[in-house]
Design a protein around this ligand. Structure first.
Ligand code: HEM
Length: 442
């Protein structure tokens, strides 16, 4: 069997420093520089970075049971025992149940909640633009995403100071998790270190906030377009079992956590990229004006907006919010003919797969048109992962992002002179605040 290409790194710590400083960039670059797969070491831990689409498919789809999620990637510290933290039969049962809650009615509800949240954003952006001559892009998309997820999951309208406070708690949690996951050594959770205490504090705040809202959500207020109601009434198609009260709390926390920053980040990148490429904005506006003639888009309109969908796909190709998926080999195994010893952490760089040579010479360019023909490399596009753990909220996110993007482009022309690079939080975010200048369309 062939031996893996190796990145040697420093003779003591290997590549641990690069992993701690810029994990998103390091994993992508090291894999791409070695034809899509490369071994490296972070102190004593042997790891493998993958950016080749076929190898990523083999790992995540064909061999998903032999390469499982690592303890670190599960972030049990703050989320609790929801879909992101479970494995084996327990995960499968929970996945079946939770999946059945994402009905078409819920997606219609997501479209409506997204349209309402965008109208609220119009008001705050108009005021901010008049006051400052520009708006803080990420602050707006984070507030909007919080409003949508809270409406769908907690049946609750949270905005203003409350939205900012919960958002800050979640982002503090994400930052602490990233620090813990990329540290050379992370202390066990029972040790009362400053980092562990801060994580537990985030968990307490989040659990308190969600439990309070769950107890307020009583049967009479249930609507079929609200995800919390469909989660409560979901039954396992095989056993007819419902989620226990504890599982409902854990799952709500997980969905809240998984769906908040990811969607906001994609929207931030999409609006940034459009503001830097006005031709793309104009093309989208032509499509929107032709299909909607100025009215608010609904769920049923989305199939008629292929260019909006292509912009979102291309945005997530260029800047995938979840930039890497770590897995661990449960036994001695192989990948693409290379030997992978038991216990090796193999990290799929989604950003690397999306920048692999199969995307052609212009792969570094933002060019939504590449998604308009049916002829693009399916296996080399995985913003929502691949295989059994494929994102459960992908339709939710696609509907939310398409409605919001459509409505923002209906109302404004976008411009920015800010230039940003991606930096790693748990998702891949811009490294500085983006000042977006909005001009109302005539
Ligand atoms: C643009 C937005 C989003 C992106 C890019 C994204 C990305 C991902 C990715 C890459 C995974 C796979 C993780 C793995 O294989 O280990 C995943 C899983 C998951 N996502 Fe998303 N996600 C997004 C939005 C959402 C939303 C809106 C929700 C919930 C409402 C959600 C809930 C989840 C859950 C629960 C899982 C775990 C699934 C399982 O293991 O069975 N995500 N997501």
């Amino acid at each position: 069997m062939a031996s893996l290409p190796v990145e040697r790194g420093h003779f003591v710590w290997g590549s641990a420093r690069q992993m701690a400083r810029e994990p998103h960039r390091f994993i992508k670059d090291v894999a791409l520089q070695h034809d899509g797969i490369c071994a490296f070491r972070a102190l004593h831990r042997r790891m493998v970075a993958v950016a080749d689409p076929e190898l990523a498919h083999e790992l995540l789809v064909t061999k998903w049971q032999r390469f499982t999620r690592t303890r670190q990637s599960l972030n049990i510290g703050i989320i609790g025992r929801g879909l992101l933290a479970l494995s084996g039969d327990e995960w499968l049962e929970r996945r079946r149940l939770t999946q059945s809650a994402f009905t078409k009615g819920v997606l219609g509800g997501v479209a409506q909640a997204s349209a309402e949240a965008t109208k609220a954003l119009y008001a705050s952006w108009d005021a901010e633009q008049a006051r400052n001559g520009s708006v803080d892009l990420e602050a707006g998309t984070l507030r909007l995403s919080m409003a949508v997820i809270a409406r769908m999951l907690l049946s609750s309208d949270i905005s203003g100071a409350m939205a900012d406070q919960v958002g800050q708690t979640l982002r503090r949690g994400l930052q602490l998790i990233l620090k813990r996951n990329t540290a050379i050594w992370s202390p066990p959770m029972w040790l009362p270190t400053a980092g562990n205490r801060a994580l537990l504090e985030v968990r307490r705040e989040l659990t308190g906030f969600i439990s309070e809202h769950l107890s307020k959500h009583h049967e009479e207020s249930s609507e079929s377009s609200d995800l919390l109601s469909t989660l409560k009434s979901a039954r396992d198609p095989r056993t007819d079992k419902a989620l226990s009260a504890e599982a409902l709390l854990e799952e709500t926390k997980t969905l809240f956590f998984a769906g908040y920053e990811t969607a906001a980040t994609s929207l931030t990148w999409a609006l940034y990229l459009i503001a830097r490429a006005p031709k793309v904005g104009r093309e989208a506006q032509r499509e929107l004006d032709g299909v909607l003639c100025g009215r608010t888009p609904r769920y049923d309109d989305l199939p008629a907006l292929p260019y909006i969908r292509a912009i979102l796909q291309e945005t997530m190709r260029v800047y995938p919010p979840v930039y890497a998926l770590p897995r661990i080999a449960v036994g001695d195994d192989e990948l693409g003919g290379y030997r992978i010893p038991r216990g090796t952490v193999v990290i799929v760089s989604i950003a690397g797969v999306h920048a692999s040579p199969v995307w052609g010479e212009d792969r570094d360019r933002f060019r939504p048109e590449r998604f308009l023909s049916g002829d693009w490399p399916r296996r080399a596009f995985m913003p929502y992962g691949a295989g059994r753990h494929l994102c459960i909220g992908s339709d939710f996110a696609n509907v939310e992002m398409a409605i919001v993007l459509a409505m923002i482009l209906q109302r404004y022309n976008l411009q920015t002179s800010t230039v940003v690079e991606p930096k790693a939080r748990v998702t891949q975010v811009p490294d500085r605040a983006i000042k977006l200048c909005l001009t109302r369309r005539a």
